[in-house]
Design a protein around this ligand. Structure first.
Ligand code: ADP
Ligand code: MG
Length: 257
């Protein structure tokens, strides 16, 4: 049975999509079967894997709104062991279209439950909001990975994020856990980055991954080629960091199991 994980932080630009694409690609290289679900109307995860988001037959929208079977939406990607449920701008209207549906918070969970045993890990890339798309993601998963950018105001919004997790735990998904916190865009030359690491470690206690993702221009370039960092530049600092994070992630989960 696959473990499901949402990459969650309602702030935009903190490294959710970069972490989703590269962490999942690295774990696939380590021979685990992966499904990535893009539930952000921006579709950056979809294009990050080299899939043209403008010419999709089916997307996450069809699962959430049209009742399409998830198996008809899943695509293979260039990466062995990695499948994708794509997204595009069509999803932008879904928050409103879902508002009056019954059981609107559990549509994604019901879809994932059908295919959960075919994968080792299922990652969901959340949009930068706390609307129904994010709630569907938090209800559908076992745990969340929270990326935090090593920048000013890194912890801004974190208490809101934690209250959202608490709310979902109370009403809709009592087993939801924080899997881990990833510090991203670290710049070792600045005191600020170092201070942020300390602050975040204090706040999240033992939940912060030892592996820290550096600011690395190759990570920002890779999506424009539709490649994960491990295929774009496997020797880059960014690739090394995400591979190390993948190993740390697996060590933790698979040791516990
Ligand atoms: P989110 O999904 O949270 O909005 P993204 O992953 O899209 O954030 O990252 C925001 C921007 O920062 C993107 O342009 C991305 O390429 C860039 N970026 C993310 N992580 C890094 C990094 N470690 N080094 C350099 N650029 C990064
Ligand atoms: Mg994103």
């Amino acid at each position: 049975m696959g473990k499901t994980i949402a990459i969650f932080n309602q702030k935009g630009g903190v490294g959710k999509t970069t972490t989703n694409v590269n962490l999942s690609a690295c774990i696939a290289k380590l021979n685990r079967k992966i499904l990535v679900i893009d539930i952000d109307p921006q579709g950056n995860t979809t294009s990050g894997f080299g899939i043209d988001k403008k010419s999709l037959d089916n997307s996450i929208y069809d699962i959430l709104i049209e009742g399409e079977d998830i198996e008809n939406v899943i695509l293979e990607t260039e990466i062995e062991n990695l499948h994708l449920v794509p997204s595009n701008v069509e999803l932008a209207g879904a928050e409103i279209e879902l508002t009056n549906r019954e059981q609107r918070e559990i549509i994604l969970k019901n879809a994932i439950d059908k295919i959960k045993d075919k994968y080792d890990y299922i990652f969901v890339d959340c949009p930068p909001s706390l609307g129904l798309l994010t709630i569907n993601s938090l209800v559908a998963v076992d745990s969340v990975i929270i990326p935090i950018q090593c920048e000013y105001y890194a912890l801004e919004g974190v208490s809101q994020l934690m209250s959202t997790i608490k709310l979902v735990k109370k009403g809709l998904n009592e087993n939801l856990e924080v899997e881990g916190v990833v510090l991203s865009m670290f710049d070792g030359r600045t005191n600020l980055s170092i201070q942020v690491v300390d602050e975040v470690k204090k706040y999240f206690k033992g939940k912060v991954y030892t592996t820290i993702i550096p600011r690395n221009v190759r990570l920002a370039e890779a999506p424009s080629y539709g490649l994960s960092i491990i295929d774009y530049d496997p020797k880059s600092k960014g690739a090394e960091a995400y591979m190390e994070l993948a190993e740390e992630f697996l060590d933790y989960i698979e040791d516990v199991i």
